[in-house]
Design a protein around this ligand. Structure first.
Ligand code: 13P
Ligand code: SF4
Length: 327
């Protein structure tokens, strides 16, 4: 047996013994996706976390995802195998106090400045637009969700905004997802200025070069990409939306505009089709922190438990429940 087969077997035995469920985001390492009971996008993972009967949820992803699982399943033990796995975009908005704009990704080239000062908070934007509901992308901390009216994911952002009975909405924290929502609704969208450093680095020029190299391929892009990229794409959707699209499409070649971890499942599910990354460096370092070793260690020791305090959990749950109720 190889080292990785031994690790797999240990994890599977322990999982059975402890009645644990392993969830993995579509960007996780191949071997982690393979060990998971379920791999999916943020919306699917939230739905699964809300409905599971197990005692322990091992969440192979980043911290806001494990927090959402804890908010939705407070009686379960939720474990984040790599405690430092975070989403830099989530730290770009705070309820109060300074936000973390750039410490996570040294070397990343900012192409535009921030629209809001670094001490501008969710409460400040609410004060500027009294009565306007706040639609919060799930890529946020639990306390930001707790002060929001409703959550959304990349899969349902437009639907969620459309479900509200106001002409204006505040969308936080991703400026690119907000621009995509604004393009697809008649409502006025007041956007925050956060972004995902993995998706925001892609330019229209990258799409043009990729198309030149692969002229028969369709371009699929995640709504966290800039509008200049989305305008040049053939289809815009969440990570699991890309999996469904590629499977049902008659096309044989696809250029994938999201984190490269998704290529693993795309290739596995579609052996006769070819997938190219839009940019090879679309890699989320935080999503790649989790390994089989970290899953085993966390399951063995039951450490790295994510528990959201009840005074934050209850209002955050309302915002997530409201989202999950939108069909
Ligand atoms: P999905 O919900 O589309 O899987 O995206 C989550 C994410 O973190 C994108 O960067
Ligand atoms: Fe956050 Fe971007 Fe990583 Fe997704 S890919 S977890 S949005 S940094």
């Amino acid at each position: 047996m190889t080292d990785s087969e031994i690790l797999r077997e240990k994890i599977l035995n322990l999982k059975e013994k402890k009645n644990a469920l392993i969830l993995a985001h579509n960007y996780q390492r191949e071997e982690v996706q393979d060990i998971a009971d379920f791999a999916g996008d943020s919306l699917e993972l939230s739905r699964t976390a809300a409905s599971t009967e197990c005692d322990i949820i091992v969440f192979c992803g980043v911290n806001f995802m494990a927090e959402s699982a804890s908010i939705l399943s407070p009686d379960k033990t939720v474990i984040l195998p790599e405690i430092t796995a975070c989403c830099p975009m989530a730290d770009m908005i705070t309820v109060s106090g300074a936000r973390n704009l750039n410490t996570h990704f040294p070397g990343y080239q900012y192409t535009d400045g921030y629209a809001y000062p670094s001490d501008f908070t969710l409460r400040d934007i609410r004060k500027l637009h009294p009565g306007v509901p706040v639609v919060t992308y799930v890529n946020t901390t639990a306390d930001v969700k707790a002060e929001s009216d409703i959550c959304c994911t990349s899969a349902n952002g437009v639907k969620i905004v459309e479900s509200l009975d106001t002409d204006k909405v505040i969308c936080v924290p991703d400026k690119n997802l907000s621009a995509w929502i604004a393009k697809n609704t008649d409502k006025e969208v007041i956007a925050w200025d956060g972004f995902c450093h993995v998706h925001d680095r892609v330019s229209a020029g990258d799409v043009i070069s990729a198309r030149k190299e692969h002229p028969d391929a369709l371009v699929l892009a995640h709504p966290e990409c800039r509008m200049e990229v989305l305008e040049k794409a053939d289809h815009i959707t969440s990570t699991s939306g890309m999996l469904r699209f590629a499977q049902s499409s008659v096309a044989n070649e696809f250029i994938i505009g999201t984190e490269t971890g998704l290529l693993y499942k795309l290739r596995k599910d579609n052996p006769g089709k070819t997938f190219y990354p839009l940019r090879k460096d679309m890699v989320c370092p935080n999503m790649k922190k989790t390994s089989l070793n970290s899953v085993l260690n966390a399951l063995e020791s039951e450490t790295n438990i994510i528990k959201v305090p009840e005074e934050i959990r209850a209002p955050a749950r309302k915002a997530l429940d409201r989202m999950l109720e939108v069909k």
